[in-house]
Design a protein around this ligand. Sequence first.
Ligand code: FES
Ligand code: FES
Length: 261
Amino acid sequence: MAEHVRSISLTVNGDDVHETAEPRTSLVDFLRERLGLTGSHVGCEQGVCGACTVRLDGVTVRGCLVLAVQCAGSRVDTIERVSDTGEIADLQEAFVRRNALQCGFCTPGMLLTAQELLSQGSVPSREDIRAHLCGNYCRCTGYQAIVDAVEAVARARMGPRASRQLPGERAVDNTRRENESASSPPPAAGGSARLSGPGEGGSASAYTESPSSDAPLPPHPGSPAAIPPSPFRGGWSTPRAPSLHLDKKARTGRPRSEGAP
Ligand code: FES
Ligand code: FES
């Protein structure tokens, strides 16, 4: 064995693992390259994006900021195990149902982080959800749908207890959402409804929120209803240009009978 390589023993997804790793190897690289567990992704490699999130002794950590040799004797759980055991089946289904993923690159980390919050056993507020997920970046979906999915699962898991609201709680909730909506920048020109994430603002406050979950959803930016009318589809009431009625003389020039000038 090369001098710089260390032997490590740890438990990964319930299995005892005895492997070697260089001291500089990160946990996520060890999982992906030595153990073939590629569900944890590598994005920024500096602890910012959350794509590499795994559980270390029951707590979510950045796999890119932990060295594999530091995990000797520890228990590591990746998205593969958490998914295979059915622990987050409802969360996964909610993500699909609410379009909370597109390319899926962020999704394993997003699911593990959301599950960590939901396992606390209460219905978190939408602010709490956004704050807890603010270290997980998504560059496709927009955070609104992700927060919707997590909130829906939190309420479903709590059952009837989740529907008990204090008097006025709904009104306060709606007022807050309206205020958040009013302070949110309008969508960029072109009508995209993509929402800003923590990457632009560096904090959970960069998430934007819809006015109210009770209000009818606006049309999807790609749907026909969201596209402004255009004259090419008969949407504008521009009067038709008068048709040209050219008489034979105008079309053919001077009649031959008039002869040359
Ligand atoms: Fe670890 Fe981005 S790859 S936080
Ligand atoms: Fe693509 Fe989140 S679904 S980065």
